[in-house]
Design a protein around this ligand. Structure first.
Ligand code: G3P
Length: 216
């Protein structure tokens, strides 16, 4: 499973990319709005750092979605266009596919939506785990079902597990067969750290200090 950052905070992402395990970034209109910045500048800066930057359109009719998607895609070859799982989003998907632009269909909440999006030509689908959990169902079951359906039918569309709220979502997504997990920065830091690692390192260094009589 590949690891992406789910954020539009360029400086925070720059810190995380330095750790070496991140290969992409997903943004959405809410994350972009939080930055207060020109989206095109954010997309360009992110595309310099990673091989995949999902940039979501906010237009609502297919023609405008295609126009906006082409504008973002022209910023850098690493930019992938995010479209909503709606009839207009699928019509825009066709339009962008014809222009050779990669598409990530987002706001997916059922296996049927994922299968239709894949058959419509999506390069990526983004099932949301956390928002399904929020209404009392098991979000990771969706990842597992989509993964099984895609494998059974030889579908090459990649599954991006999204709306990840804590480390268990991340682990469950990996076990359920997601190709990619897109993780908010605060969760990424939780994935990385473990109290026993800190305790163990402290013990190694203090034993070394005692035994070798040197300062470390
Ligand atoms: O960016 C798409 C998805 O990851 C949003 O997550 O936490 O707003 O449901 P969340």
């Amino acid at each position: 499973m590949k690891i992406f950052v789910d954020s539009a905070d360029v400086e925070e992402i720059r810190k995380i990319v330095k750790l070496g395990f991140v290969s992409g970034v997903t943004t959405n209109p809410s994350l972009i709005a939080k930055t207060g910045r020109d989206p095109r500048e954010v997309y360009y800066e992110l595309a310099q750092m990673v091989e995949h930057v999902s940039a979501e359109v906010v237009s609502e009719d297919p023609e405008s979605m295609v126009r906006e998607g082409l504008e973002y895609a022209s910023i850098h070859p690493n930019i992938v266009i995010k479209l909503p799982m709606t009839p207009n989003g699928l019509m825009a998907l066709k339009g962008l596919n014809e222009k050779g632009v990669r598409v990530n269909i987002t706001l997916i909440f059922s296996p049927s939506q994922a299968l239709l999006a894949a058959r419509a030509g999506a390069d990526f689908v983004s099932p949301f785990i956390g928002r399904i959990d929020d209404i009392g169902y098991y979000g990771t079951d969706l990842i597992r079902q989509v993964s099984q359906i895609f494998a059974l039918h030889g579908i090459e569309t990649k599954i991006i597990a999204a709306s990840i709220r804590h480390p268990i979502h991340f682990i469950e997504a990996a076990l359920a067969g997601a190709h990619i997990a897109t993780v908010p920065p605060d969760v990424i830091w939780k994935l990385l750290q473990h109290p026993l690692t800190d305790i163990g390192l402290e013990k190694f260094l203090s034993d070394w200090k005692k035994g070798m009589g040197v300062n470390v």
